[in-house]
Design a protein around this ligand. Sequence first.
Ligand code: IPE
Ligand code: IPE
Ligand code: MG
Length: 241
Amino acid sequence: MSLVPHHIAIVMDGNGRWASRRYLPRIAGHKQGVDSLKRCVKACAARHVQVLTVFAFSSENWNRPAEEVSGLMDLLALAITREVPQLKADGVRVYFVGERSGLSDKVKASLAHAESATASNSRLILNVCFNYGGRWDIVQAAAKLAAQGADITEDSLGRAMAMAHVPDPDLLIRTGDEQRISNFLLWQTAYSELYFSDKLWPEFDEAALDQAIAAYVQRERRFGKTSGQLPGVAVKTHQAA
Ligand code: IPE
Ligand code: IPE
Ligand code: MG
C-alpha cells in the first residue's frame, strides 16, 4: 500500500469550542479554522496527497444562529477571493461541492471565479464541501438519473454524484473529539479508513496530520477479502490453541 493516502477527507470540527475556550466569539474560531485549512492544504501537497476534501458547511448548518450563518458566508467569500492567487501559485485546483442554489450571488460568483482561476492546476485537488450533505448528494444523483430515464446502478449513481471527479477517500479524519459522520460523504466513505482526532480543528497541525497518516498506514484494507488474499501478505495458517 502507498504510504500516503491518495485522497484524504476531513470533517473540520471544533472551531466554536476553540473560540469559546478563549472567550472569543465563535466566528473568531472559524477565522482560525481558515488558517488551519491553509496549513493543511500546504502540508497535503508537500506529502504528495492528490485529493483533499473538506467539510466547510453542512446542509444542517443553516440551523445555526443567523449571525453565525451570515458570518460563515462572508468568511467563505472573503477567504476564497483572498486565497486564489496563493492556491494558483501552489498548483491547487479547487472545486466547490454542494447545493449552490441557496447561496447568495456574491458567494456563487466567488466560487465560480476560484474554480475557473485554478482549473489548469493539477498538483492537489481541493474539494470544499459547502452547503453539502451526503443525503443531498445521493438524492440529487438519483433525481438526475430519473430525469434522464437512466438505469440506477452503483456505477451510474456514482457517476452522477457531486464527487464523481475524484476517487473515494482513502482516509476520513474528523477533528473536534466527536465520532460521527454528520451527513458528510455517505456514499463515498463506504470503505474509507476512519480516524478521529481529539484536537480542535484550529489546532490540527502538520504533526497531527502525520499522526493520522501514520495510523492509516498501519491499517489493513481488506475490502471484504481475507488477510491472506491481499498482495504481499503471507498466508497465516491456523494454529491450534
Ligand atoms: C466546525 O466547527 C465548522 C462548521 C461547522 C462550520 P464548529 O462550529 O462545529 O465547532 P464546534 O463543534 O461548535 O466546536
Ligand atoms: C459537521 O460539523 C459539519 C462541518 C464540519 C462543516 P457539525 O459541528 O455541524 O456537526 P454536528 O452538528 O456536531 O454533528
Ligand atoms: Mg461542531
